[in-house]
Design a protein around this ligand. Structure first.
Ligand SMILES: NC(=O)c1ccc[n+]([C@@H]2O[C@H](COP(=O)([O-])OP(=O)(O)OC[C@H]3O[C@@H](n4cnc5c(N)ncnc54)[C@H](OP(=O)(O)O)[C@@H]3O)[C@@H](O)[C@H]2O)c1
Length: 315
């Protein structure tokens, strides 16, 4: 049986669970995608920035050869900040499409509202570690992304790391509404206001870092490191015979938020998918909602002073 999905404003269906692939490289990424597809995942999240689209493409190709149909898998990629110039959008999209070995994408996201300097460098930073930016507003980039939909190259477009005002600006001034906003969210960063705005506007929220990137330097640095040892999460997980990671994921799914946990470990890829045989009660959902402490790890700190840096506004 297919795993639960949400309906995008385009009418397309997007599985509530996908495989994240940031920091999954080369053979690890190829194997992870193969394991995920075998396990039943039908949604893969990547980006040009992750430098793993060829490996994902190879794993998809082998699965297609074995009978998986293209329309059964939902593939998302993202336009990185150094390609916001309208002339750079189609070439960047085509690189992703070619590397993935596909003839269309299900979803293409603008990775961040801030435009970086054009060129080959993903991180064009000055000697003080500040991003060198480009004077291109995200609406200009959005219009070039709309042309990808017109050309039939992508089924839906969306944004990532956009705050409520920025998302509304795209909805007001664009021809095509963003189908998705992908942001960092976990019990310590509930994004309750943003979720309310997305729901009211028919935009689907996708949570990245949904289990708080355990063990990472950022998780420790920004106060997220203890998420899987939080007593509220642990008590709920014991009650259901589930792991803390599964509880964090289930909480999002029950809020109709799509989750894309990353793992290259086969046992964890399976663990993260065992979400559809239990239900959190209303009280358990409320107890997790109360854990919010606005603890954000991914802050695009190198462009913090830029006028469209998104995190000046509460999510
Ligand atoms: N749009 C954006 O700006 C943006 C930013 C960040 C991330 N993302 C997307 O969101 C995805 C998920 O975010 P993330 O990778 O940053 O964080 P995450 O999914 O919260 O955490 C990934 C880390 O958790 C470990 N892990 C996975 N399952 C586990 C489990 N059940 N128990 C304990 N540890 C577990 C993984 O290790 P192993 O791999 O070693 O198993 C990995 O180190 C990314 O991969 C990417 O696709 C998007």
């Amino acid at each position: 049986m297919a795993w639960p999905a949400v309906r995008l404003c385009t009418g397309a269906s997007m599985p509530l669970l996908g495989l994240g692939t940031w920091r999954a490289r080369q053979n690890d990424c190829y194997q992870a995608v193969k394991t995920a597809l075998e396990t039943g995942y039908r949604h893969i999240d990547t980006a040009e920035l992750y430098q793993n689209e060829k490996e994902i493409g190879q794993a998809l190709k082998e699965n297609f050869a074995a009978g998986l149909k293209r329309e059964e898998v939902f593939v998302t990629s993202k336009l990185w900040n150094n390609c916001h110039h309208p002339e750079d959008v189609l070439p960047a999209f085509q690189r992703s499409l070619t590397d993935l070995g596909l003839d269309y994408l299900d979803l293409y996201l603008m990775h961040c509202p801030v435009a970086y300097a054009r060129g080959d460098k993903f991180f064009p930073f000055d000697d003080k570690g500040q991003a060198i930016t480009l004077d291109i507003h995200f609406m200009e980039t959005w219009k070039a992304m709309e042309n990808l939909v017109d050309a039939g190259l992508v089924k839906a477009i969306g944004v990532s790391n956009f705050n409520i005002s920025q998302m509304e600006e795209v909805m007001t001034n664009g021809r095509i509404k963003p189908a998705v906003n992908q942001v960092e969210s976990h019990p310590y960063l509930g994004c309750h206001r943003l979720l309310e705005s997305c729901t009211a506007n028919g935009v689907i929220l996708t949570a990245y870092c949904p289990i708080g990137r355990p063990g990472s330097q950022e998780a420790e640095q920004y106060g997220v490191g203890s998420l899987l040892e939080d007593t509220v999460i642990m008590d709920i997980s014991k009650k259901h015979g589930k792991t803390p990671a599964q509880v964090c994921l289930k909480w999002q799914i029950q809020r109709n938020v799509v989750v894309i946990p990353k793992s290259v470990t086969p046992a964890r890829i399976k663990e993260n998918s065992q979400l559809f045989d239990f239900e959190l009660s209303g009280d358990e959902m409320s107890a997790i909602n109360k854990l919010d402490k606005n603890a954000r790890m991914v802050g695009f700190w190198a462009c913090k002073t830029h006028p469209v840096w998104p995190f000046n506004e509460e999510f």
